[in-house]
Design a protein around this ligand. Sequence first.
Ligand code: ZN
Length: 438
Amino acid sequence: MLAVLFQLEQSQWWPLAKTTGHQFRQLHALLAHAVQTVPYYRDRCRGITPALDSETDSEQWRRIPLLKRPDVQQHEQALASAQIPETHGKTHTLHTSGSTGRPVRVQGTRLTDFFWQVFTLREHLWQRRDFAGRLAAIRFVPDNKAGYPGVAAQSWGPATSVMNGTGPAFLLNSATDISQQAAWLLDKNPDYLLSYPSNLAALATHFLKSGQQLSRLRQVRTMGEVLAADFRALCRQAWNVPVADVYSAQELGSIALQCPEHEENYHVQSENLLVEVLDDANEPCRPGETGRVVVTTLHNYAMPLIRYEVGDYAEVGEACPCGRGLPVLRRILGRVRNLLTMPNGEKQWPYMGIMKFTEIAPVKQFQMIQRSLEHIELRLAVDRPLNNDEEEKLTELVQRALSHPFRITFSYLPEIPRSPSGKFEDFVSEVTTQAVRL
Ligand SMILES: [Zn+2]
């Protein structure tokens, strides 16, 4: 692992053209393997032999049809390689969380696991973490395991095994009640806290209210969900710490890591995957444009995902001033169902945070559901019932934020429900339209 880490230490500074050249050499090998051993690709990729200069490469490359999530679900068998190189090790199944509907199942190997760990370690190193620190993780654990009071481990996990030991780690199921999570954190007193942004926002709000402090906390680490507009500000206010975010997917590993110097930029992990961001015409987006994230895994020979449409939208960024050549995603924006449809049919990313809500009323959690072109349901978890004045102010706030006088209705819940995997979405639209215009 150290050898690969050393290589990554170098390759992050390569100019983009060198990285792309390297990727296309890997893609050649991957395509050859796919055509020969993966029934699904036998015809779809036959005859596509990208040249090694980037111009013709991309043209040839874009002839390969996109692989959508339903394709993976339907063709699970046909996507599996009949002949996995022995050196890649045993296979195992990776399940995606599937926030809605059926999960996607993908085969991985020891090698894909290895790369998952290498990029996890790279993230620790980029963020210059103190490996002696205490790590607390609050996340989804299947079968209701790791419920309060959680479980403890001697180290941060397999990715850090090459380090000379780490501090202890503590794990708690994110289904645990927020005040119980807070008590648990005060007891564990971690240096690093890892969880989903929505869970952390609820915790931060709780700590702001209680006035209690996590005296050792140095950084909040996030994964699994889109960061709300004011999330970083909220963590600074509650705990006076920065946030390190990772954009990953169960079936792919780390897709992009937050730049250690410029928190608004995410560097694509090009040594392990090729990321395309495509517009409605399937043309690559330019910096400043938002499109669909399409990923090709370079090292998964058990079930190669070639031009796999993850389902997320992201904005392409300019080259990062830090000097790393790895391409930049600027904002990860979630899925189609997280897009607001305006009454005139246009689509927008609603970008809100909890802090504006808490300035008006004792709101613990919020979620907006777009029920129709003119109607938004605002679901709230609150400390006490709200009065008319507060509801009116919240209505104005939402209408202003969404740039339209939508009809806002309120519903109150003890807690906003999460997906079975513990994920949470601030905004969900039930409006379905064919064309998505951005
Ligand atoms: Zn950077």
